[in-house]
Structure formats: structure tokens, C-alpha cells
Design a protein. Structure first.
Length: 226
């Protein structure tokens, strides 16, 4: 007898299975039939939840974005943290911390997934901006920042950092990344009206994430130094 499940439970089950298959086989090599077989559902049931494999991938990406934003909101609400501690932790929460998430990002870097990759970046910026604006406004209240445009400034910073430090879009060399990280920190301090050197800790945050990505990219392209 077929077991009837609640909508969200069944939907998440499909996403969980598809996520595993995308990581193991790759997005391009995984078919809808593969997902059906693993979940144990009919094609009609699948299409009740999703119109295509692309829509499944899109939902998985949005789920990753949602998790990062939820974590960021919890950090903002923590009154025991300083403004800069909140900035540091929020940025670190957006870093891939599991092999699964990292592999899913690698799948998005596939040429056939360019549109979906762009959407994931846009959604991250749209959802994370209001959270970071709260941190900036706290900094303004405490006299740490001096800007008339907290919302616009954080949007500019997020857009530039999200795209500039995405190793799937640019093939920067480690020395280039270090220079860009320093320039980005300078831009943060100037646009936020912050004290010079107050965001120096971001060198470690962006530097580690970006250089690691650049080294992986070089290794995949067969250009790593030996």
C-alpha cells in the first residue's frame, strides 16, 4: 500500500535524494528517472512537486541560501556580540562548511548551470542585505559607522564581493586575490565611514575563502604549481 506523506515532507525527501545524486553523479548526469527510482515514486508524483530537474536544483540552491540567512539572523539577534563579531560570523556562515554544499556549488559552476548560479548569487544578496543592514545600523548608533546610505552601501558591498570573489566566475591568482581583498576592505571602511583598519580582520575571512578557491581552480585546470 502506497504511503501518503505530507506535502513538505515528500518535497524535502525528493530534494534530499536529488541533492545526494547531484553530488555523487553530477547534475548533468543525473536524470529525473534516477530521482524517481531512488525516492520510489511515480513520474506523475514528481511532476506534482517539480516541473523539471532544473527546478529541483533551483529549490536545493534556495534551501542552502535560506539556511545561511537564517543563521545570519540568529547572529544579528545575539546581543552579546559586538558589531564586528556579527560581521565576522555572518560572513563565515556563508562559507561552504560541508563537502555536500561545496560540491553543489561546483555543480553550479558547470556552464549549463550559469543561469541558476547567477540566481543563487542574486537571492543571497537580496535575502542577506536586510540582515546586514541591521548590523550597520547598530554600528551607526554606536558611532562606529558614518553613512547616510546603509542599505545601498551593503548592497554594493555584497554585489561586488559575491561576484568578485567567486572562483567559479573568475580565475584570479592568489596574489591577485590578496590585492583585491585589501582593496575591498579599504572600500568597506570608506563607504561605511568606519575607522581605518577596523575591518582588517576581513583579510583572513575573504583571503582564506578566495585563495582556497583559486588554488582548487588551478588544480582542476592542471595549472597548480609543483
Amino acid at each position: 500500500m502506497r504511503i501518503s506523506k505530507e506535502y513538505e515532507e515528500r518535497r524535502n525527501e525528493i530534494l534530499d535524494v536529488a541533492e545526494t545524486l547531484f553530488v555523487m553523479k553530477g547534475y548533468l548526469k543525473t536524470t529525473v528517472n534516477d530521482i524517481l527510482q531512488e525516492v520510489g515514486i511515480a513520474k506523475g508524483t514528481f511532476y506534482y512537486y517539480f516541473k523539471s530537474k532544473e527546478e529541483v536544483m533551483d529549490a536545493i540552491v534556495m534551501r542552502f541560501v535560506s539556511v545561511g540567512v537564517t543563521a545570519a539572523k540568529a547572529i544579528v539577534d545575539n546581543t552579546n556580540l559586538t558589531v564586528h563579531e556579527k560581521f565576522f560570523r555572518i560572513i563565515m556562515e556563508q562559507k561552504p562548511t560541508t563537502n555536500v554544499k561545496e560540491e553543489m556549488i561546483n555543480q553550479l559552476h558547470q556552464i549549463n548551470n550559469a543561469e541558476m548560479h547567477q540566481k543563487s548569487l542574486v537571492e543571497t544578496i537580496k535575502q542577506l542585505s536586510p540582515v546586514l543592514v541591521e548590523v550597520i545600523e547598530q554600528g551607526i548608533d554606536e558611532g562606529l559607522f558614518h553613512t547616510l546610505y546603509p542599505k545601498e552601501v551593503i548592497e554594493f558591498l555584497l554585489v561586488s564581493s559575491t561576484f568578485l570573489f567567486d572562483d567559479g566566475l573568475f580565475n584570479w591568482q592568489p596574489n591577485e586575490i590578496i590585492q583585491k581583498v585589501q582593496a575591498f576592505i579599504y572600500t568597506m571602511e570608506v563607504t561605511l565611514g568606519a575607522e581605518k583598519g577596523s575591518f582588517a580582520y576581513m583579510t583572513e575571512v575573504f583571503g582564506d575563502i578566495s585563495i582556497e578557491g583559486a588554488e582548487k581552480g588551478s588544480s582542476h585546470n592542471g595549472t597548480s604549481e609543483k
